[in-house]
Design a binder for this molecule. Structure first.
Ligand code: NAP
Length: 298
């Protein structure tokens, strides 16, 4: 039976582990720092599913898996190095379910000869407690059109996770980053959910963050529409009032924030291609300062 190790069984990883376990055609192990005691997912329609999932807590005891689903926050990747070292062999595929555009650069130093499949995660989920997740919509994951992408789609067959493949992953990743630079940053700085964007000044700041990211992504070859900033703000305003962002959940819980893989990545790439990114630079500084408090506490 195909073996799948989920490293980072939080909101996203927990949903994926639960859906894979429910489908029953693979052996799933959640690689955790402390026990989950099963996974409960509260679905958007008000129903819930609770599933037992095998757990492992000692990387030293782990052996090579066919698939590793890496769904820690981007800044927690290096901290999961021991799991990755033990779980990855030459035949392992590592699906990187993380936000940002630097999946391969971040993960490749940690996985030896394993193959990396970057993913754009379209799973809106809030961690409510250990192993308890609130899902806001249907889980969707976008991966490159490739042999590994096909294999991931086959892995997720009959799980309820929609896997889409694209021949332009660069555009898919930058499109998602353009959303994240506004929603993650602004909800986390203000500690407010999506209705924060009804404030016209906040919406203007959101547009400026997206526009900088759009210009940087476009310089790198991503095909991003001219009105993307307006589209993003409209999309955020149309979201349910209770929805937020994973960076907001971390801020509310006093944890370090995933700002560097998002606004920080825009600033880094902007410097490389010569596109100014003053708004993203400013919110990166604010988020870094907020995140330092979480780092001291954790
Ligand atoms: N949540 C969303 O709605 C959403 C939507 C789209 C994309 N994303 C992206 O998906 C990725 C995952 O986000 P998330 O919201 O699922 O994060 P999360 O709920 O914070 O989950 C991260 C998990 O990683 C675990 N972890 C961290 N370091 C670890 C280590 N060294 N060994 C084992 N486990 C470790 C954490 O365990 P502990 O419990 O022990 O801390 C936690 O369970 C991020 O890149 C995020 O931006 C999230």
């Amino acid at each position: 039976m195909t073996t799948v190790a989920v490293v980072g069984a939080g909101a996203v990883g927990g949903v994926v582990a639960a859906r894979l376990a429910a489908a029953g055609h693979v052996r799933v192990t959640a690689c955790v720092r402390s026990p989950l005691g099963g996974i409960r997912v509260d679905r958007p329609d008000g129903t819930a599913e609770s599933l037992p999932v095998d757990e492992a807590s000692d990387p030293g005891q782990a052996s090579t898996a066919d698939w590793v689903v890496l769904a820690t926050k981007a800044h927690q990747t290096a901290g999961a190095a021991r799991w990755l070292e033990r779980l990855c062999g030459p035949g392992t595929r590592v699906a990187v379910l993380q936000n940002g555009v630097e999946h391969v650069e971040r993960v490749s130093p940690l996985v030896g000869e394993a193959r990396i499949l970057p993913a754009v995660v379209e799973i809106s989920a809030e961690p409510l407690g250990r192993g308890h997740i609130r899902l806001f919509g249907p889980p969707r994951i976008v991966v490159p059109e490739s042999e590994d992408g096909n294999a991931f789609a086959a892995l997720c067959k009959d799980t309820g996770i929609i896997v889409e493949q694209t021949d332009d992953f660069l555009t898919a990743a930058w499109t998602k980053l353009c959303l994240n630079v506004a929603n993650g940053a602004i909800t986390a700085v203000t500690t407010r959910r999506m209705p924060v964007f009804t404030n016209p000044r906040v919406a203007r700041l959101g547009r400026a963050l997206v526009e900088e990211a759009r210009l940087v992504g476009s310089s790198l070859g991503a095909r991003l529409p001219d009105d993307l900033a307006d589209q993003v703000i409209e999309r955020l305003l149309a979201m349910p009032a209770e929805s937020g962002s994973s960076m907001l959940w971390d801020r509310l819980a006093g944890r370090p924030l995933e700002f560097d893989a998002r606004n920080g990545a825009v600033v880094r790439a902007g410097a490389r291609v010569g596109v100014p990114t003053p708004h993203n630079d400013t919110v990166t500084a604010l988020l870094e300062a907020i995140s330092e408090v979480g780092e001291r506490a954790s």
